[in-house]
Design a protein around this ligand. Structure first.
Ligand code: GN1
Ligand code: MG
Length: 348
């Protein structure tokens, strides 16, 4: 989007005296994020401007309502991290629409911070897991029924499997034939999905308020002290199971390379242990024995589900995730399938 359009929407979200400029920020796969610099009260200040993808989040107002209640609640808890709340606009809302019908919001920009995407060592993994654990802990008594599912069936793998079969049948992009190996690997992973599905149906996994996108990129660290500062990206905070929050941490912190690296990832066992230690330090006393026993199953499940999501998107013709090269979703699929294999081999 052009600077003039970004300036115009920022003016609806924030009062400021002078526009300095803005640039794309981060590498989210769904929303568009920009860092904006403005002058306010004689000082240069930075903010994060974000377009919420309303084709993925079909009810943007509901997303913001969930975030508002979760942030208000977190602020009342003994929760030793910053709360990643959006700013209220001069009009008293959390969202503004532009002329094209897009939804926009704005956040404080935390200077001198970084998120450890693909770089986390044992110490950082442990601190991030503590932060995600503390997040789960602070929300353990939050009334889950007050939150709306911002993406219905987000971690309902049975539903994602049914969608995969539909896409396989329809083959809209004509890619099924060339993707036989990856499709077969997906069928080989089905028993993992079935185990989780069975546990969910048996009622052995309590429904909790979970983050649902606990990737390495969603914890902010202080660049000076190297302490975890905040858990960010609250768009998918909704009722779910703790297994997926632990699982997505393993999926993104424990491999020795990032999710779209074309070479084969391996699982760093020392990082996996640090994640378990950090997470349990915060959650040990309230998780059930079944939850604790199945944390590694959660890692296999979420990695397999991510492979399924990337493969489905590849076969569908790249309609969901942003891609930066033509075979990006296929490379991501292969990477996640190899990681799943390593998780099953090393923890199964
Ligand atoms: C998407 O946009 P980002 O990077 O926060 C996706 C996650 C996936 C992730 C894979 C709403 O998250 O579920 O795990 O890509 N978010 C949504 O990189 O689908
Ligand atoms: Mg996200």
């Amino acid at each position: 989007m052009q600077q003039s359009g970004l300036e115009a929407i920022t003016r609806r979200l924030l009062s400021f005296d002078r526009w300095i400029g803005c640039a794309a920020f981060g590498n989210g796969n769904i929303n568009d994020t920009y860092r904006v610099d403005v002058e306010q009260e004689g000082e240069q200040r930075s903010f994060l401007l974000q377009r919420l993808n309303h084709l993925v989040f079909r009810e943007p107002e509901v997303v913001m309502q969930n975030i508002r209640s979760v942030c208000e609640y977190l602020r009342q808890q003994d929760y030793p991290y910053q709360v990643a709340a959006p700013l209220t606009t001069p009009g008293g809302t959390l969202l503004e629409r532009d002329d094209a019908g897009n939804y926009w919001r704005i956040f404080p920009f935390l200077k001198n911070t970084f998120s450890p995407e693909g770089l986390a060592d044992v110490d950082m993994a442990c601190k991030a897991a503590c932060a995600y654990g503390a997040f789960a802990r602070a929300l353990r008594h939050f009334p889950a029924e007050e939150l709306v599912e911002t993406i219905p069936g987000f971690h309902d793998t049975d539903r994602r499997w049914a969608h995969f079969l539909e896409v396989l049948h329809e083959d809209p992009a004509g890619r099924v034939r060339e993707s036989r190996v990856e499709i077969e690997a997906m069928f080989a992973a089905k028993p993992v999905f079935d185990r989780v599905s069975g546990l969910k149906k048996s009622g052995e996994l309590p429904r909790r308020v979970t983050h649902n996108d606990t990737k390495a990129g969603n914890v902010l660290f202080d660049a000076g002290t190297r302490q975890a500062l905040a858990v960010i990206d609250l768009d998918t905070v909704m009722p779910g199971t703790i297994l997926s929050d632990f699982g997505d941490m393993v999926r993104t912190f424990a491999p020795d390379r990032q999710e779209d690296d074309p070479s084969t990832p391996d699982l760093r066992m020392e990082v996996l242990e640090a994640l378990r230690e950090g997470f349990l330090a915060e959650t040990r006393d309230f998780l059930t024995p079944q939850e604790k026993e199945n944390l590694f199953l959660g890692a296999a499940w979420i990695t397999g589900e991510q492979a399924l999501r990337f493969l489905t998107d590849w076969l569908a013709g790249d309609v969901y995730y942003k891609i930066r090269r033509p075979d990006h979703n296929l490379a991501r699929t292969r990477n996640q399938q190899a990681l799943l294999e390593a998780i099953v081999r090393k923890t199964g």
